[in-house]
Design a protein around this ligand. Structure first.
Ligand code: GGG
Length: 357
């Protein structure tokens, strides 16, 4: 029996509703597999925790979860705590402290889901965005002087290291090779951003030479965003900086039907540290507590965790079950359905059991 210790951080808002759904599916997979068990340790770190303790997690938070096999996270952020406090107090320390430099986010229109793009079907939208996750525009370098005076000056430094840029671009090409994808598209903006982005382009083309079997292209982020809408079928793997990757994947989730489905893996590819699996969506305060959040983003993130832990067939099983449930019309309101979180989760679990028989 293989046992995995999972650090669970439900976080805020709908994170507290969809994380138990994801755990239920992981346990269902473990049951039908027979040789796999998950042991969870739950941590209450969140905005509510911040309001009590003045910080998002304890000083030794990373040490407490550092020995786990993976981290299963819901959503971070809630009204009452500024978003930069919650993000920099919890999510970013996890991503950086554990060198989770590759954020992998599949963009796939699943059968049974309608894209807002007219006439597009599952064959048209099926690609992966690789987001740099440790540096770039998400930097704490910069400052603010002469606050609240007419002379106020605010700067924010973008940080692109050679090591960080090379490793994320190489990761994207390696992923393309492993997944038998034909092309890697680089998100850039080297016409307007004159130091970091020409450097990003230079590294991209250097690394591209190492992969003669995979075609490469670069596109300015503005044009690339437009082409997600007009030509989504043209993409296989898209690699972008921290900010570009974040924005592109909200857009990606939207063209794939709903931000509620988008899944994400914050990976430490070397497996020296635990990786963290979380949906693309945030805490959705507008629907939190109503039991109608779409659990599929969290469930799919759990499937990515299974793949990372060495169980690709279990990943495929979860995806197959999700597709069957969507095809049967069992959907939450964000997808035009009437089912609640619990009903969708129960249907996926039932389908997993049926498929495994
Ligand atoms: N489930 C992920 C989550 O809560 N995300 C909130 C957010 O704003 N994330 C920004 C980011 O991923 O950089």
């Amino acid at each position: 029996m293989k046992r995995f210790e999972i650090a669970v951080i439900p976080g805020d808002g709908i994170g507290r509703e969809v994380v138990p759904a994801g755990q239920k599916i992981l346990d269902t997979v473990a049951q039908v597999h027979g040789g796999l068990r998950f042991k969870y340790k739950s941590y209450p770190w969140s905005c509510a925790w911040y309001l009590k303790h003045g910080k998002m997690m304890p000083e030794d938070g990373l040490r407490r979860i550092g020995d786990s096999d993976a981290i299963f996270l819901g959503a971070v952020g809630f009204p009452g705590v500024p978003d930069h406090i919650s993000l920099w107090g919890l999510l970013i320390p996890i991503r950086r402290g554990f060198q989770q430099y590759a954020c992998v986010r599949p963009v796939r229109l699943l059968p049974g889901v309608r894209s807002p793009l007219a006439g597009r079907g599952p064959k048209d939208i099926d690609f992966i965005v690789v987001r740099e996750n440790n540096e770039g525009e998400y930097s704490s370098m910069g400052g603010r002087i002469y606050s609240e005076t007419p002379h106020e000056v605010v700067t924010q430094l973008n940080v692109f290291t050679r090591r960080g840029t090379e490793r994320i671009i190489r990761y994207a090409f390696e992923l393309a090779r492993r997944k038998r994808k034909r092309k890697v598209t680089s998100a850039t903006k080297s016409n307007g951003i004159i130091f970091t982005m020409p450097f990003w382009d230079e590294v991209f083309w250097q690394i591209a030479k190492e992969y003669p079997g995979i075609s490469a292209e670069q596109m300015h982020i503005d044009a690339l965003s437009a082409r997600f809408v007009t030509h989504p079928h043209n993409f296989d793997v898209v690699v972008g900086s921290n900010l570009f990757g974040d924005i592109l994947t909200d857009l990606g989730a939207a063209i794939a039907g709903s931000i509620g489905i988008g899944a994400s893996a914050n990976l430490n590819p070397e497996k020296k540290f635990p990786s963290c699996f979380e949906p693309v969506h945030g805490s959705a305060p507008d629907i939190a507590g109503r039991g109608i959040a779409n659990p599929l983003g969290q469930i799919w993130s759990g499937a990515l965790m299974l793949e990372h832990l060495g169980y690709p067939a279990a990943h495929d099983l979860v995806l197959k079950a999700m597709i069957a449930v969507l095809d049967a019309g069992i959907k939450t309101p964000d997808l035009g359905g009437k089912a609640n979180t619990r009903a969708v989760t129960a249907a996926v679990a039932k389908e997993i059991r049926r498929l495994a028989r």
